[in-house]
Write a protein that binds this ligand. Structure first.
Ligand code: HEM
Length: 201
């Protein structure tokens, strides 16, 4: 079996199931009444951190391909990006439905007045066009160059996401700074690659 066929048939379904794991685990803990004293906060924080983890994993695909030369890793990029959007949607819906009882005015008030919500909202909103245009049909319709340009919005989304995390956490900022460092390395690798290619021309 070639490497690509093996990735498609075995590794992709395994990664898909693993990606659903955190959501299933939340549901199981919910049914067992193990979401702590503030279940809404637990669900919001869990879905938030998984959104960020999947953004980071999505951004790691291309540098991994450059480092290892293993091209089939690119086959995971769309799935990982869609998982980021899936957890982002759960995160936003938890906040919108359970925190704000579906009141758009309250959400908008938060977006305008609380910088950490402004950053998170921007990060999430930028993921919407990326998820919608993630299909092969859209790549064909937009053309590779324009599609790539549009999907560079994920860089802004990642910056919004880490700022949201940093500004939300009030006491121990170690974890937000770890994610900031990872995102900086992943975006820095792209910049370095871009400069190296431009200087070869
Ligand atoms: C790119 C999109 C987003 C990412 C990656 C993200 C990530 C996170 C992370 C990592 C946390 C903190 C988890 C922790 O402290 O353990 C968090 C908390 C939170 N996020 Fe987001 N978020 C995003 C979008 C949003 C949006 C759109 C909203 C609402 C408009 C939002 C509302 C919140 C709230 C209210 C909390 C605090 C929950 C609490 O402590 O009760 N987030 N988010």
């Amino acid at each position: 079996m070639s490497s690509t066929v093996w990735v498609r048939r075995a590794l992709k379904p395994a990664v898909f199931l693993a990606g659903l794991g955190p959501a299933i685990w939340l549901v199981v803990r919910g049914f067992q009444g193990e979401l702590g004293v503030n279940p809404v906060e637990t669900v919001t924080n869990d879905t938030g951190i998984w959104t960020l983890r999947f953004i980071v994993l999505t951004l790691a695909v291309t540098p991994t391909r450059w480092l290892t030369g293993w091209n089939p890793v690119a086959l995971f990029r769309r799935m990982l990006g869609l998982f980021a959007f899936f957890y982002g949607t759960l995160h936003f819906l938890t906040y919108f439905i359970l925190d704000h009882s579906l009141e758009l005015a309250g959400v908008w008030d938060d977006v305008v007045k609380r910088p950490y919500i402004t950053a998170g909202f921007t990060g999430f909103m930028l993921m919407v066009p990326l998820a919608l245009t993630s299909t092969h049909g859209w790549i064909r319709r937009l053309g590779g160059h324009r599609w790539n340009r549009l999907h560079q919005l994920v860089y802004v989304s990642a910056i919004g996401a880490v700022l949201h995390y940093l500004w939300k956490v009030k006491l121990d900022t170690t974890n937000p700074f770890i994610y900031i460092a990872i995102v900086a390395v992943l975006l820095g690798a792209r910049l370095w690659h871009h400069i190296a290619r431009a200087s070869q021309k």
